[in-house]
Design a protein around this ligand. Structure first.
Ligand code: 4NP
Length: 156
């Protein structure tokens, strides 16, 4: 039996202002670079404190340095419907994974995966850069860029 093709991907972090908006914007850019259409991409946070806000200015800046504009994205909190709307739900770290599994209807839990592990096969977190310096955002960008390339290849 072949698995159903993945047509929609939701990236999830805690606040939806630092990591998952970058993952969303970079993955969308990689898909566009490869001329790959028909996959819808979004991001959300397990927390809603920043709902309606643009991404953190440091995420906007590091994306812009690499030609990706994420300034129009807006934060939102994950909703129950997201677990049925999205074929693949990727958490940035183990804490996001615990939250996602607790929130998801049982039948949808197999859609949830750790982002780096699903994309690259290597278990690891994209660490929360919120309280760190700009270098942490550069490092998060590099991880996300690499993982996005591998994820786009995996979804071929
Ligand atoms: P993110 O980073 O989960 O990558 O968006 C954070 C953003 C905001 C907060 C924590 C993490 N916060 O506590 O407000």
């Amino acid at each position: 039996m072949s698995a159903k093709p993945i047509k929609s991907v939701l990236f999830v972090c805690l606040g939806n202002i630092c990591r998952s908006p970058l993952a969303e914007g970079v993955f969308r850019a990689v898909l566009a670079e490869r001329g790959k259409h028909g996959i819808s991409v979004d991001s959300a946070g397990t927390g809603g404190w920043h709902a309606g806000e643009p991404p953190d200015r440091r995420s906007i800046a590091v994306a812009a340095e690499h030609g990706v504009d994420i300034s129009g994205q807006r934060a939102r909190k994950i909703q129950t419907e997201d677990f049925s709307r999205f074929d693949l739900i990727l958490g940035m770290d183990q804490s996001n994974m615990r939250e996602l599994k607790a929130l998801a209807p049982e039948a949808m839990r197999n859609r949830i995966h750790l982002y780096l592990e699903f994309a690259t096969g290597a278990v690891g977190d994209v660490p929360d850069p919120y309280y760190d310096e700009a270098e942490a955002f550069a490092s998060v960008y590099r991880m996300i860029r690499e993982a996005s390339e591998e994820l786009a290849t995996r979804l071929n």
